[in-house]
Design a protein around this ligand. Structure first.
Ligand SMILES: [Zn+2]
Length: 194
């Protein structure tokens, strides 16, 4: 059994947007308070997130998540990656945090978060990660869980979604190739663009 917690389902700026007077942004309805997109996935032995956006700290506090066994990235845009510094409390307790991403996303993370991803730029207190490169051609394991990357296109940018058992999480989808669509056969739950 896996438990899915929606940490955020908002747009890249979050809802409400800073300074906006749009009725949705001024709304008192709790459904109009949406943090940046991410999910927490928990099994008996594991807890990990897909993406790690700028609201990560707030999201993990609310979810009362005590352990982080990995972060799996969909793509490099800031609304999916900018919270990576806040893995620090997990790093202090557990050591290097496993990170999974495509080669392109790893390159981008190395440029933008060199003090985390390049061992030569480390300063005291900086978090550290154990990086695994993944791609759409092969599934990978996180403990006993098999995770299958599914490529979708975010306009011209390739983004990875993930299938875990009969659950799949796809974000930032504009189009999907038919061979990738086949990976989504017989799902019970599909999360699409939340
Ligand atoms: Zn994006």
């Amino acid at each position: 059994m896996i438990k899915i917690t929606f940490l955020g389902t908002g747009t890249s700026q979050g809802i409400p947007m800073i300074g906006s007077t749009h009725p949705v942004c001024l709304s008192a309805n709790s459904k109009d308070k949406r943090l940046r997109s991410s999910v927490l996935i928990e099994t008996e032995n594991l807890s990990f997130t897909i993406d790690c956006g700028p609201d990560f700290r707030q999201q993990m506090l609310k979810a009362q998540c005590e352990r982080l066994d990995g972060v799996i990235f969909t793509h490099e845009h800031a609304d999916h990656t900018a919270g990576i510094d806040d893995i620090r409390p997990y790093f202090f307790r557990q050591g290097d945090i496993p990170v999974f991403a495509s080669a392109r996303v790893i390159e981008s993370l190395k440029k933008r978060f060199g003090y985390i991803f390049n061992s030569e730029n480390k300063y005291p207190g900086a978090p550290s990660v154990k990086v695994s490169e993944i791609d759409k051609r092969s599934s990978f394991q996180l403990d006993v869980l098999k995770i299958t990357p599914v490529e979708v296109m975010h306009n011209r940018l390739s983004v990875l979604g993930y299938r875990i058992g009969n659950f799949a999480y796809l974000t930032d989808v504009k189009t999907i190739a038919s061979e990738e669509m086949e990976k989504l056969n017989d799902l019970d739950v599909l999360v699409l663009n939340c």
